[in-house]
Design a protein around this ligand. Structure first.
Ligand code: GAP
Length: 439
């Protein structure tokens, strides 16, 4: 038996994800494409709910953050300026026996590979830098197509619009720009389901502050704390989370300091989200390469400066995976996803007790339609099989409660509500259903 505190195997998560329609291997009928995933009917809701929770807490609940949605394709000079063309790389080594390529800094993978050549001594080539940017070509004339990059981080779209946002809003430092969107990386070893993919989504905040040590310390601590609390607010226990500072040599080229919020996953403590002190790296580089003045005029201090940036950068796919893993629980004969109601793909499900009794079906349909239009959230309908099977299907989908219309409903307009986590049922008046469903 697995309860919510025990470690669940990735095979179980993968099989549940496929079985219930959370995620499938990308382009599966053509044999797949490594490092890509397609989200099914439940997966897209889970991801949308993560994004919604992020946007609510980072933009709507605050007065100092605005949103942005920049293009994926950018002028390639952006990536030269940001340092990604020169320095966005991982160390690649090649096995001299079978030529498989792995990341030199991933000791577990290296060991697994060496073990696979039983009895042979594995030699590796010297590590060489492998750039992770994904290239594409744009244009209609074959020989004159322009090489562009699919963005390796969503970040640069924000920094190149720093001045636009300043000029078109009343933003004053300190303030932030939040963004959600796709990023692409030519990962050497994609793996662990969606954890390391070649196409994935990020949710970020770029927070612009005065270029002062004290100020940056204050805001760095503040954002580490805020983001740590955010994962807890969506149901992850504090004991399954930790903050870890990057060691010297581990930091990305743009970072003065870097901390990861890590999760105690089935494959060890792994990065959920990175919190980075980017200093003035991005604005300084874009100012230099574009020739455009990107300084901020601080009216109170009467001077121009390049602000420093504190960044919070999380992955939606990674978050979806860890929220699923964390919620997974096996109890007696059922699998239950104890997802936080905010994240649950369906907020409730409505059933007629028996599908062959038209009066029950008719009443249940009315309850279903009514609730859908009043709550404006996804609600499931199920009239297949027996009631026990329907409950189990909704438990696996993470639906927090199920509503059943039975014969008593026809007499007194009450229904049963069954709680996902306890399996307990209670009777509720139809007029009070709205209050009983957590969204
Ligand atoms: N703008 C900073 C930045 O991109 P990062 O630490 O490279 O920083 C931030 O990435 C987050 O993006 C990670 O914490 C992770 O959640 C997600 N991420 C990065 N690479 C990923 C990959 N290959 N597959 C899935 N998610 C990834």
């Amino acid at each position: 038996m697995t309860d919510k505190n025990q470690t669940v195997s990735m095979d179980k998560i993968f099989s549940l994800a496929k079985r219930r329609g959370f995620a499938y291997p990308g382009s599966e009928i053509y044999g797949g494409l490594a490092g890509t995933w397609d989200y099914g009917p439940l997966g897209v809701e889970l991801k949308n709910n993560i994004k919604k929770a992020f946007w609510e807490s980072m933009v709507y609940d605050r007065d100092d953050v605005v949103g942005l949605d920049a293009a994926i394709l950018m002028n390639p000079k952006v990536w030269e300026a940001s340092g990604h063309v020169a320095a966005f790389s991982d160390p690649l080594v090649e096995c001299k026996i079978c030529n498989e390529r792995l990341r030199a800094d991933q000791q577990d993978e290296i060991k697994k590979h060496e073990d696979s050549h039983t009895g042979k001594k594995v030699e590796w080539t010297e590590p060489k830098k492998f750039n992770l940017l994904v290239e594409a070509k744009l244009g209609v004339v074959e020989d004159a197509k322009q090489k562009v990059y699919l963005r390796g981080e969503i970040t640069q779209g924000v920094h190149v619009n720093f001045k636009n946002v300043l000029d078109s809003t009343r933003a004053k430092i300190p303030f932030g720009i939040a963004q959600i969107g796709k990023a692409f990386r030519n990962e050497i070893t994609p793996g662990n389901f969606t954890f390391r993919s070649r196409e994935f989504e990020q949710m970020e905040l770029q927070y612009y502050i005065k270029p002062e040590e004290q100020e940056s310390k204050k805001w760095y601590e503040y954002w580490k704390n805020e983001r740590f609390k955010w994962y807890q607010s969506l149901g992850i226990k504090k004991s399954k989370l930790r903050l870890r500072q990057h060691e010297e040599g581990e930091r990305a080229h743009y970072a003065k300091d870097a901390w990861d919020i890590e999760y105690d996953s089935p494959f060890g403590w792994k990065e959920f989200e990175g919190i980075h002190h980017r200093g003035d790296w991005d604005l300084k580089q874009h100012q230099k390469y574009s020739g455009v003045d990107l300084t901020y005029f601080d009216q109170e201090e009467g001077k121009h400066y390049l602000p420093w940036i504190i960044e919070t950068s999380g992955g939606i796919d990674r978050a979806a995976l860890f929220f699923l893993t964390d919620a997974y629980s096996e109890e007696k004969d059922r699998v239950v996803l104890k997802l936080h109601p905010k994240l649950a793909p369906y907020k409730t499900a409505v059933f007629p007790l028996l599908a062959n009794k038209p009066e029950l079906v008719k009443k249940a349909k009315t309850v279903y339609q009514d609730l859908k239009s009043k709550l404006a959230v996804p609600i499931a309908w199920d009239d297949r099989g027996n009631i026990g099977k329907r409950y189990f299907a909704q438990d696996e989908a993470g639906t927090p409660c199920c509503i059943t219309v039975d014969f008593e409903t026809l007499e007194n307009d009450t229904v049963t509500i069954r709680d996902r986590d306890t399996s307990k049922q209670k009777r509720v008046k139809i007029t009070e259903l709205e209050k009983s469903v957590k969204t």
